[in-house]
Design a protein. Structure first.
Lengths: 799, 210
């Protein structure tokens, strides 16, 4: 019997390359004659470039050429990002690029460029832009619609007066509004109603690998080496950006040093190196430094928000009124929309009113960051959830079990349904492993200056999608080659999504080759690596291809050996049945001889004509091909859940918090790879803890300049910020609507880790939820000592 | 106490002050443009120059390598752009992340914060030097990482592995707490810390059984 692959641990196939230094990330590629490129970043948060004098720079020995905004795109008054701009909308936005024989000459040339800049009004804080007469991020206004162009959206003095009084403002005509049930009636009937203002920071993604690119052109065709989360989909986007036929683009991204949402379909500036290379006719390395990554590397949008929640005496949440103003950067983000739906899903209030506005600001651009919208809102609402439990004299775990949804849930503005939900099971199992009862008994214990806090959070996020293509070939060496169009961003899904397919074909893991990361080797149409889709989407797509391969293997065997195709079984690289048995190597040879659908010479009609067909055509005739679209269908959205539990000690004399224990437990369907799952759960949870406590964005409000622009100032969590022992696992109940049963897990963990920490800190403070991030020691201390900090209640990015 | 002493010695040899003095002494400027590579004049083209390269001999991964270096050139840049040893990663350019960690005379150091010309007569080991070049045999740390399926995106992995290697040399029998301390100069943004620590502990176990 072949080994069982689903549910077993295997080292990823790329691990040896990664730990011997052989793995080549984008900045590791070299080409003969390669030169360097560097960007000139805007020194102002908003300005107009009146003139650029590059005479001295271009005269410097070794300087080759310059790229300006006009070389790479048309000026636009829309809030859409281009690679270079003559109207920078944030400090650090690239104005131009210089190519030179080495990087230091590039830097020296940049220093010699004379800029004539006209400073323009800027705004960092959404509330400032909402104030009557307040500044706008764009000269045209602070709201944009494709139909009506630019406009101004302002609140009135009445809203700001309400905010001053500590009340929830009641602005009219909010751009996004939806509601369900009767919120006012539900508040009137509630046993407990609580209102809190919320401030959630924005924060940079800071993947370990900055977004460097190397590119060259040969015979009019580009070869580009990039750092991106996705592969096949990034390739299509890059081909569009370069205006070339996708089949003419050789795209290489075998390794990506992390993205967390900042490199989903590639990124705007990845097209700069190929653009420069096209202009100068030489290979170009664009090495992005950490300092530059801070600016062009994307950030999670922050919220200034107010929430009112109503509860029944038994703890059931019956009403939510949520209002969010989002700090959206110059090019927008939609986190606030997800936050509204996820608040509805996580607390099942039945009566909800959501109002939101995305405010353009002159800060580095925003993008989805692991659990976008969900992580922010869960980390902020869970301490309020606890406050209600405390007021009503209820156990916090029991209240969560009551409010967590079951399979019949309808959520969001369209009352969406789910394929499955085992959130209560995840909570209950996690609580047992954490030993909730015993830990809860430690809550509030003080030893010296240290007070124990116990926290828990339940966090949902999207975890799948449908309808992509799978492409497998069994070659005459008897091995299965799985062609992956998904990116290798570190989640191990390039390998894990092949396991169910290989298991269906009765193969051992050492009989499987994963092919990925190089478009010249064939990439079927794939999902982007975002929204935790990949495990669900591509375990299905590869499974569909494996079913197609199995059908063909049986047909080949029955034609060769006689008997009914369905009487043949596969195991250990052989197909056996009434007429005898064949090895997969023999089957592959026979498939090539038969041609037609067997070796991919003819292809099914439902796979992507533009994307999968060219990839399959490259591989036709090389063996038995399994190729199919995921046509399994399904109803409802696919969501996974993470329950997080934390035990912390708060030092009330220093405001420092130490996390002593953490347990994460997930509902993510069938577990394909336990060790990778645990790594995703804990890694995401720690990112969430960083978001809530250690990591930060800090701005100088006067000049619009970010201070936390390097790792040591932004402070993502290091080894000493996390507990020595952490536990994670999953309920391992299959999703009934997908043949493999597996859902994704990357994102729910961020909200769970953050919420476990925000609730634990609130618990250590006697139930006082601060409802803001980051919970730095000075912010905690100011609260403990009952003194006002040097910031206003709703100020963002103060430290 | 041995640890304290060795830290003191290192402080003298590799301190930030020494590094900056080394840069200033060469007449180069430390500017906002960060670490700018110079001297990869790949086609022999003219380049902006204020100082000249000097041919030195480095001992890298047991081999004598002759290389032209600028007075203010960092080891990470020499390794990556002149010796094609790209396993040493640049994550921050400035001693904040540890992705460029290498061993200098067996001690883990940030390659971005050491001037190459200061390393004459010293031994440099990079991630490429851990695997046995003839047999392909992995080091015990690499074996442990393979066994435990370590790292996610793994951009930090070479640096962590070098720090683990140095740790086993000074403390072959660490507790989890000690291992965490020994590795705390390296950052993992995927935050795979739990598994990294498990790899380190397994590596120590394997090293003791050899």
């Amino acid at each position: 019997m072949a080994e069982r692959l689903v549910g077993a641990d295997h080292a990823p196939p790329d691990l040896r390359a990664k730990i011997t230094g052989r793995a080549r990330y984008a900045e590791d590629f070299r080409a003969p004659g390669m030169v360097f490129m560097k960007l000139l970043l805007s020194p102002m948060p908003h300005c107009r470039v009146r003139n650029v004098d590059a005479t001295r720079a271009l005269a410097l020995p070794g300087v080759i050429d310059i790229l300006r905004a006009s070389d790479v795109g048309e000026p636009s008054d829309r809030p859409s990002e281009s690679m270079l701009t003559d109207e920078p909308l944030y400090e650090g936005e690239p104005i131009l690029a210089i190519a030179a024989v080495d990087e230091e000459t590039c830097a020296a040339a940049i220093e010699l460029i004379r800029l004539d800049l006209e400073p323009l009004p800027f705004v960092l804080d959404p509330l400032e832009s909402l104030r009557p007469g307040g500044p706008n991020a764009f000269t045209g206004g602070n709201q944009f619609s494709g139909q009506d162009g630019w406009s101004e959206y302002k609140w009135t003095d009445a809203e700001f007066a309400a905010i001053e009084r500590g009340e929830m403002p009641d602005p009219q005509d909010m751009p996004t509004t939806w509601s369900k049930g009767d919120v006012d009636a539900a508040f009137a009937e509630a046993a407990y109603v609580v209102m809190e203002p919320i401030v959630h920071q924005s924060l940079t993604h800071h993947p370990m690998e900055p977004r460097s690119t190397m590119a060259y052109w040969e015979n009019g065709r580009p070869f580009v080496y990039v750092s991106t989360q996705s592969a096949q989909r990034t390739k299509m986007g890059l081909a569009d950006a370069l205006d070339v036929d996708p089949e003419d683009l050789t795209f290489v991204s075998e390794y990506c040093g992390g993205g967390f949402g900042s490199k989903i379909g590639g990124h705007t500036h990845m097209a700069l190196a190929p653009a420069m290379s096209r202009k100068i006719g030489r290979p170009v390395m664009h090495r992005v430094t950490r300092y530059e990554e801070n600016y062009i590397g994307r950030a999670r949008p922050g919220f200034q928000s107010w929430v009112k929640m109503g509860f029944r005496a038994d703890g059931k949440c019956t009403a939510i009124d949520l209002l969010i103003a989002q700090e959206s950067g110059p090019y927008g983000a939609s986190d606030y929309n997800s936050a509204g739906s996820i608040a509805d899903l996580a607390f099942t209030p039945e009566n909800i009113r959501f109002r939101g506005v995305a405010m353009y600001t002159n800060t580095p651009p925003k993008a989805a960051q692991r659990g976008p919208g969900g992580a922010q809102i869960i980390s902020m609402l869970e301490p309020i959830h606890d406050k209600a439990a405390r007021q009503l004299g209820l156990d916090r775990l029991q209240v969560r079990l009551l409010n967590a949804p079951t399979a019949d849930v309808g959520f969001g503005p369209r009352n969406g349904t789910l394929t499955s939900v085992f959130a209560r099971e995840a909570l209950a199992e996690g609580a047992e492993i954490f030993d909730w009862e015993a830990k809860q008994a430690l809550s509030g214990r003080r030893v010296g200056s240290k007070v124990t806090g116990v926290g828990l959070g339940l966090s949902p996020y999207t975890a799948g999608s449908r309808g992509y293509d799978g492409l497998l070939v069994i070659r005459p060496d008897g091995r299965l080659y799985a062609y992956q169009g998904v990116g290798n961003l570190g989640t191990h899904s390039i390998a894990d999504t092949v396991k169910p397919a290989a298991q269906l074909l009765g193969l051992n893991w050492d009989q499987v080759e994963i092919v990925w990361g190089d478009s010249s080797r064939g990439m079927p149409r794939s999902s982007i690596q975002a929204g935790s889709q990949t495990t669900h989407a591509h375990s299905r797509a590869n499974y569909a291809a494996a079913e197609d391969a199995l059908r063909k293997i049986r047909l080949v065997a029955s034609r060769q050996l006689g008997g009914s195709p369905n009487a043949y079984q596969v195991d250990n690289g052989r197909v056996s049945g009434p007429g005898g048995s064949m090895t997969f190597a023999q089957v592959a040879e026979r498939a090539i001889a038969l041609g037609g659908e067997f070796d991919g010479s003819t292809l099914p009609s439902d796979i992507s004509e533009r994307e999968t067909v060219p990839a399959a055509q490259r591989l036709a005739g090389q063996g038995l091909m399994g190729v199919a679209a995921d046509a399994y269908g399904g109803n409802g959205s696919i969501y996974s859940w993470q329950a997080g539990f934390a035990l912390v000690e708060l030092d009330v004399e220093t405001g420092m918090v130490e996390i002593l224990e953490y347990v994460g437990w997930a509902d993510c369907g069938t577990v394909i790879h336990p060790r990778s799952l645990k790594a995703q759960e804990l890694g995401g949870s720690i990112q969430g803890m960083g978001m809530a406590m250690s990591q930060r964005w800090v701005f100088d409000p006067r000049y619009g300049v970010p201070f936390a622009n390097r790792l040591y100032t932004a402070r993502p969590p290091g080894f000493h910020d996390v507990p020595l022992e952490m536990t994670a696992g999953a309920v391992n109940i299959p999703d009934p609507q997908t043949p493999v049963g597996a859902k994704g897990i990357g994102e729910p963990s961020v909200g769970a880790g953050a919420a476990a920490l925000t609730t634990a800190i609130a618990d250590a403070m006697g139930g006082n939820c601060l409802c803001r991030t980051p919970l730095t020691p000075d912010i905690i201390l100011a609260e403990l000592e009952g003194r006002p900090g040097p910031w206003s209640r709703l100020d963002q990015h103060v430290g | 106490m041995a640890e304290v002493e060795s830290v003191g010695v290192l402080e003298k040899k590799y301190s930030r002050r020494t590094f900056i003095k080394g840069v200033i002494a060469t007449g180069a400027t430390v500017s906002a443009s960060s670490y700018a590579l110079r001297g990869t004049s790949l086609l022999g083209a003219a380049t902006f120059q204020t100082s000249t390269e000097r041919l030195i001999t480095l001992n890298v991964n047991g081999q004598q390598r002759r290389v032209d270096v600028l007075p203010h050139e960092t080891l990470a840049m020499t390794l990556r752009y002149k010796l094609n040893l790209t396993g040493t990663k640049l994550g921050c350019d400035r001693a904040e992340c540890g992705a460029c960690t290498v061993l200098i005379d067996g001690v883990n150091q940030y390659g971005c914060s050491i001037l190459t010309h200061q390393l004459r007569g010293r031994s440099v080991v990079t991630i490429e030097g851990l695997e046995d070049a003839d047999t392909g045999e992995l080091s015990v740390v690499q074996e442990a990482v393979m066994e435990q399926g370590g790292f996610q995106c793994a951009f930090c992995a070479p640096g962590f592995i070098m720090s683990m290697t140095a740790m086993l040399d000074t403390n072959p029998n660490p507790t989890r707490e000690e291992a965490r301390h020994a590795l705390s100069g390296n950052l993992c943004r995927c935050a795979d810390y739990d598994k990294i620590l498990t790899c380190a502990m397994r590596a120590a176990e394997l090293a003791r059984s050899v």
